[in-house]
Design a protein around this ligand. Structure first.
Ligand code: ADP
Ligand code: MG
Length: 229
């Protein structure tokens, strides 16, 4: 039996922005995230959380060390290959939703699968299934500008998971939500985790950090196991 590779494997990962002056945003980070984990990443402002997300999400290249994503050495990939891998295997959820306001919930989710490799005919079916899964089966035809913040974030989550990515990466997913909507989003993330999704959530919020099976901290560009701040 061959074991599945980890979703994320960082070995001595670092990123130094060229500057001037050069900024060491991440340094000597070792991290393994196995399939099915739900990991929260905490750290103060400026500690390197966004840099971590950009590297993990294949948006930025590292300047030191190695990153294997799903067992693939990302250093070997050309820009177009990185883009394709990202489109097919990583779902993103941001604090400010990033939906197209004049499109319906269903259109937002369907369009989000454009670069996912899901065949055209299957995209609408997948979009509907994902919206039902996030509890918006009755709002599929609503313009996203007409939805509440909590509903918008659930559309964004549906969009991120509709193509069944290997990794769901969330940056402060409850940062713009009232506490009831935040709770609904967290419940949804817990359900996705129970269903086997690998999830990484970057957060400032202690309540959010209490979800998932593991917390790592970033401080001055260095990763540490546990929530210690
Ligand atoms: P966080 O998301 O935890 O607030 P960031 O990852 O955004 O932290 O930033 C980490 C460090 O890298 C900070 O010192 C920040 O000023 C610096 N930084 C971020 N982006 C750039 C960039 N494009 N060029 C130079 N320095 C940057
Ligand atoms: Mg940030």
């Amino acid at each position: 039996m061959s074991a599945q590779p980890p979703v994320i494997q960082f070995r001595q990962v670092g990123l130094t922005y060229a500057g001037p002056p050069p900024v060491v945003a991440l340094t000597e980070c070792n991290l393994t995230i196995e399939r099915g984990e739900f990991v929260t990443v905490v750290g103060p402002s400026g500690s390197g959380k966004s840099t971590f997300l950009n590297i993990a999400g294949l948006l930025d290249r590292l300047t030191h060390g190695s990153y294997h994503f799903d067992g693939i050495d990302t250093a070997a990939l050309k820009e177009a290959e990185l883009t394709a891998l990202r489109g097919q295997r990583i779902g993103f959820v941001f604090q400010s939703f990033h939906l197209m306001p004049h499109r319906t919930a269903e259109e937002n989710v369907t369009l989000g699968m454009m670069y996912s490799g899901v065949p055209r005919a299957a995209r609408i079916r997948r979009a509907r299934e994902a919206l039902i899964r996030v509890g918006l089966g009755n709002r599929m035809g609503a313009l996203s500008s007409r939805l509440s913040g909590g509903e918008r974030q659930r559309v964004a989550i549906a969009r991120a998971v509709a193509a069944t990515p290997s990794l769901l990466l969330c940056d402060e997913p409850t940062g713009n939500l009232d506490s009831a909507s935040a709770e609904a989003v967290l419940t949804l993330l817990d359900e996705l985790h129970t269903g086997g999704m690998t999830i990484v959530v970057i957060t400032h919020d202690q309540v959010v950090a209490g979800h998932g099976n593991r917390t790592v901290s970033i401080r001055d560009g260095a990763l540490h196991e546990g929530a210690a701040i």
